[in-house]
Design a protein around this ligand. Structure first.
Ligand SMILES: Nc1nc2c(ncn2[C@@H]2O[C@H](COP(=O)(O)OP(=O)(O)OP(=O)(O)O)[C@@H](O)[C@H]2O)c(=O)[nH]1
Ligand SMILES: [Mg+2]
Length: 468
């Protein structure tokens, strides 16, 4: 299969590299606030598994379009020779430092790449762009213009009119905000540009949609693994000589919390890696809920269920054992955030242990004692975990590789995010959670949970319906 190549070209500092990063899913594309960030052309292959789908060439911006067009006009005879003339220009100036940027950006085009021309629709149109658009027209290569708005200005209508004179297709595309649907939209437009006879891009689009579904499936599996393991987790240790049950409990609670946090962090890293992010930094501020601690009080308020819904879910789902319901009615779950805050800080830990998790002291045949803490019995715990996992997945799956800021919640968290889960789904989840916590789960429970999660993470097929 031939791999289509697109050269992303335009004026300096218009978001060319950002578009390359988004469409190629690459975090190693150089993006910078100053013009001249990209100095040499660089090819980025977008692959699914081992299969290359398309190549994007990141290029420096035009610097001397006027001189190029002057040279070409001086050498032109008629329109039939224009494409050849561009090639001749490149050959004649390959080592001319004055045209270093033009040579870098035109070389992939004369070698056969299709053109994606990028402008900033937040800035007014001006005829200064006409020479470079004219050069691109002379190349005769298939070409599409993307209007990327960097900032609040809106000059899109004028840009459309001008670009329409030079490009057969003009679309808006926000490099930094583009989600999967927007990317598919651009590929559809490129497929149109290449015509019906070429089925390469339609096949690429189908492969991307399959990959999207695979990512959702994989994420559902990861989150299911997280919930199964965290809900059932307990820590135990043999009481050593001189150690009291109380100190052992305190140590085990700390250990239990640490391992739950670790599991959440590694599930997040796994989801990020499914979407092609490796070593993504997360914001560390207190307001930022994604990075906030699993056991911070704010986490329980933002992600769990409200007390009312917890009660309702327990009653309707028939999932709650008597003890759980008592805990709900007794208000233990509402206090938990505060109590856990205490545990983490070391103060009040002994008070908290029994509220948080099952604590058992067992005799051993040799006369020693085993202390066991866990699983976490606080009713809201699974809802906090799932609420956090769903939000994290949404932020990662909507993100694109042009975004270089840390992963942070954009003030979108409502109070009690888990309440957004539809009631029918919530009830089914409650049943599975209950079985997981009691250690009574079977493979069918995990399959059921994965299916419910997959449903909540969203559809793969419908994703491209909103393409711009
Ligand atoms: N807010 C916003 N910023 C953008 C967008 N696209 C690009 N930027 C920013 O604009 C600056 C330039 O982006 P680049 O992608 O490096 O632009 P370029 O055209 O490759 O620039 P050169 O390589 O210097 O020619 C960077 O700071 C980007 O983060 C956008 O759609 N929205
Ligand atoms: Mg660049």
């Amino acid at each position: 299969m031939t791999v289509p190549v697109f050269a992303v070209v335009g004026h300096p500092n218009k978001g060319k590299s950002s578009i390359v990063a988004t469409l190629a899913e690459r975090s190693d594309v150089d993006i910078g606030p100053l013009p001249g960030t990209t100095r040499t052309s660089r090819r980025f292959t977008f692959a699914i598994g081992d299969n290359a789908q398309y190549v994007l060439v990141d290029t420096p911006g035009f610097q001397r379009a006027r001189d190029v067009i002057a040279w070409m006009q001086a050498h032109a005879t008629d329109a039939s020779g224009r494409a050849e003339l561009v090639r001749l220009f490149v050959e004649a100036h390959r080592h001319d430092p004055r045209f270093a940027d033009e040579i870098e950006l035109l070389t992939p085009v004369v070698d056969g790449a299709s053109i994606i021309y990028v402008v900033d629709g937040a800035k007014p149109y001006s005829p200064d762009y006409e020479q470079e658009m004219e050069i691109l027209r002379w190349t005769g290569q298939p070409r599409m213009a993307l209007i990327n708005r960097i900032g609040a200005g809106d000059h899109v209508d004028r840009w459309r009119q001008a670009l329409g004179q030079y490009f057969s297709l003009v679309r808006e595309f926000n490099a930094v905000q583009a989600d999967f649907a927007a990317r598919i939209g651009v590929l559809r437009a490129l497929a149109e540009l290449h015509g019906d006879a070429d089925d390469t891009l339609p096949r690429v689009i189908a492969a991307m949609q399959r990959e999207r579904r695979r990512r959702l499936d994989a994420s559902a599996g990861i989150i299911c693994g997280l919930l199964s393991s965290c809900l059932a987790r307990a820590e135990r240790s043999l009481l050593s000589g001189g150690e009291t049950v109380e100190t052992a409990k305190e140590k085990l609670v700390t250990r239990l919390l640490a391992s739950l946090r670790r599991e959440e962090a590694s599930a997040r890293a796994a989801v990020e890696s499914v979407y092609g992010y490796h070593g993504l930094e997360r914001e560390g501020e207190t307001l930022d809920v994604v990075a906030s601690d699993l056991f911070a009080q704010s986490s329980w308020e933002l992600f769990g269920l409200s007390r009312r819904t917890l009660l309702l879910t327990a009653a309707l789902g028939g999932a709650a054992a008597g003890g759980t319901l008592d805990a709900l009615v007794g208000g233990a779950s509402m206090l938990l955030g505060t109590v856990l805050g205490g545990v983490v800080g070391g103060a009040g830990a002994l008070l908290a242990a029994d509220e948080l998790a099952k604590v058992r002291v067992l005799g051993t045949p040799l006369g020693g004692k085993v202390v066991s803490v866990g699983p976490v019995s606080a009713p809201n715990f699974p809802w906090v975990l799932i609420g956090r996992a769903l939000l994290h997945h949404r932020l990662v799956s909507e993100r694109n590789h042009a975004r270089r800021e840390k992963l942070a919640l954009e003030a979108r968290a409502a109070q009690h995010a888990a309440e957004a889960i539809p009631e029918t789904v919530r009830r089914q989840l409650a049943v599975v959670f209950d079985r997981l916590r009691r250690g009574a789960s079977a493979e069918t429970d995990r399959q059921r949970l994965t299916d419910l999660l997959r449903q909540m993470l969203g559809g793969g097929d419908d994703d491209d319906q909103t393409a711009n």
